[in-house]
Design a protein around this ligand. Sequence first.
Ligand code: PMT
Length: 403
Amino acid sequence: MRVALGVGGGIAAYKAAELARALQERGAAVQVIMTDAAREFVTPLTFAALTGKKVITSLFAQGGGDVLASAVEHIHVAQNHDALLVAPATADLLAKFAHGLAGDFLTATYLAFTGRVILAPAMNTNMWQHPATQANLATLRARGHTIIEPDAGLLACGTTGPGRLAEPERIADEVVRLLTARHDLDGETLLLTAGPTQEALDPVRYITNRSSGKMGYALASAAARRGARVILVSGPTHLPPPPGVELIRVRTAVEMRDAVMSHLEPATIVIKSAAVADYHVKEVPQQKTKKTAARWTIDLDPTPDILAEVGRNKGGRLLVGFAAETQNLVAEGRRKLETKNCDMVVANLVSQEGTGFESDENEVVLVMRAAGNVALPRNSKSAIAEQILDQVLKLRLALHEAS
Ligand code: PMT
C-alpha cells in the first residue's frame, strides 16, 4: 500500500503527523506532500523524521537540485501511489481540486492522479456549511472520491459544530479498508434506494415510517468499496453521505419514483431497500388544517409501486427488492419476488427486537427463484450488506451462464 499524504494548511495539520504514523503501523508506505500553508503550522522535519523520507514541498527543485527531475516529480508521485489522501483538506484545497487548479505540487499531483482519492476535510463550521464548499464537495463526490466526513465538536476557533478533522485512527482504517477491498463490482452501476419517505398531510404535517436508512447506506458503502459506481436515492435520514457515492435526496414516494426512473438507464443492478410509504394524500392542502373538536378523517391513495415499475422495465438488469414483514416472512418474500419480477428479495422480520428498522443489526432471508433461500443470521448491517452483494454476484454469474 503506497499512500501519498497531502497535508493542507489548517490547525489540524499537526494531526497529519499522527495519521502518517497510523498509516505506517497498518503497513502503508507514506510519502508526505505539504502545501506552503501547511508549513506555517508544522515543519517538514516532523514528517521526514516520522516517514524516513524527504517531504515534498514545492513543484520546483529547492537549492539547486535536479531541475528536470523536479519538473516531473508530481507525475512520478501520481503514478507510483495507490491512494492520494489529503488531510486536513482545507476549503481552499477542496475548491482547487473541484476546479482543476494546479499551481502547487499537491494540486498538480491531484490532477495527474488516477488512483483512489480520499479527502479528510477540516475547517471552521461556517466554512464547511457554506454553499460554495458543499458544491465543491458534491463535485468531488460525483468524481468518485471518498470524503471522510469531519467530526462535530468544539473547534479551535471556538465554534461548535462539524469541521473537526476525523480521528487519525479512523482515517487510517478507512484508507486500509478502501485499498484492500475486493474489486468484484468494477464496471457495475448500482442504483440503490434507502430510508423512509415522508408524505405530506398539509404544509406542516406528514406521515412516515421508522426506517433510518442504515441498511441501504451500508449497501451503498459496500458496493462503492467493491468498485461499483453507486447512485443512491435516499429519503430523509440523519446519516452522512457514504464515501464515493452519488447521493440524490428525495422526500416523497413520488419524488423517489421520479429519481429512480430517471437514473435507471445506466444501472446494471437495482437494489430497493427503501421503506417507501404505501399511501399518501394525492392533493395536499395548501393551508394548514386547523385543529377543531371534530375528528379528522384523511383519505389516502396508494403511492406508485416503484419496485413493480422497475420490474416491468427491467431489461437485462438484476433486480433486488426488500420485504419488511411481521409474519409469513418467506412466503411474503416469494410473493413479492414473483409479482414484482425480482431476481432476489431480501426478506426481514421487522417485528423482532434489535434487527430491521433503526437498529445497527439485521437478520434476513434471501429469497431467490431457482437458487432457493439463503438465511443470513443476525449480524451488523455492514456485514449483511457484504453478504447480499456476494449473493448478487453469484446470481449474476448464474444468469450469465444460463443465457
Ligand atoms: O432503514 P433501516 O432503519 O436500516 O431499516 C431497514 C429496513 C427494515 C427498512 C430494510 O431492511 C427493509 O426491509 N426495506 C424495505 C421496506 C419496505 O418498504 O418493505 P415492503 O415490504 O413494504 O416493500 C417491498 C419492496 O417494495 C421494497 O423493496 C420497497 O422498497 C418497494 N416499494 C414499496 C412501496 C412502494 N410504493 N414502492 C416500492 O418500490
